[in-house]
Design a protein around this ligand. Sequence first.
Ligand SMILES: [Zn+2]
Length: 256
Amino acid sequence: MAVSRRTILCALAAPLFVTRPAEGAERLGRLVAAYPHHLARLDGQVVVWTDGTRMETGAGRPERPFEVMLRDATLTDQMRQAYPAGPPAGPPGRNHSPGRIRSTAFFVKMYGDCRRGGADRRHRTVTWMPQTRPQPLPVTTENDVATRLERVIAELERLPDRLKAYLVPSSGTFNCRTVADTGLLSMHAYAAAIDINVARSDYWSWARERGDIPYRNRIPFEIAEVFEAQRFIWGGKWYHYDTMHFEYRPELIGGA
Ligand SMILES: [Zn+2]
């Protein structure tokens, strides 16, 4: 009796935890299309890089708990949580932090490993907010991220002055460091992320209490909207919110 009941429960639970093959392939196709300088095609369940490297995607494997995927993500895991572009509909749901699940092997291959030196040869200096409070910042040239950030900056300079206080000074771009709670390299280690003014920002672990994390944000969406147009995602849309943080993740958001 117990066995048959468990069988029934497993059958009911399965659709919640296994991504349908067509859906998974569509998401991996979006990943390949988002990085044309580096990725050539999808070959079955393998991503093929332009240099011929083949990378397993973990397609077809059952979804694991969020905390496990956060520390050991496959490319399929990296695409599981949809990033909601546009004005936020409300606080993010529990553990919905689209973008925080990242495959370290994927980004190290793409942007270089700052722990081994030499990655900074791919950086160039971008001037943050040159008309407001100029600040030189190193940004990766891979995937035209530096050029895209300059487009973001040009648009941010056109925003009303009341919004500039959220932007300057920037708390930085490149930082060869790991994320505190996962021990894995941050997008800052790849020079593909920027933090705006920390004094106007909120970060989930500053506010953590027992159980749920109470959502908090002071950054106006007009700022995030400018970044999203250049395919940078915003940490203000994460359950584990980091409202000063933007990172280039074109596989999760459409745009120019
Ligand atoms: Zn950051």
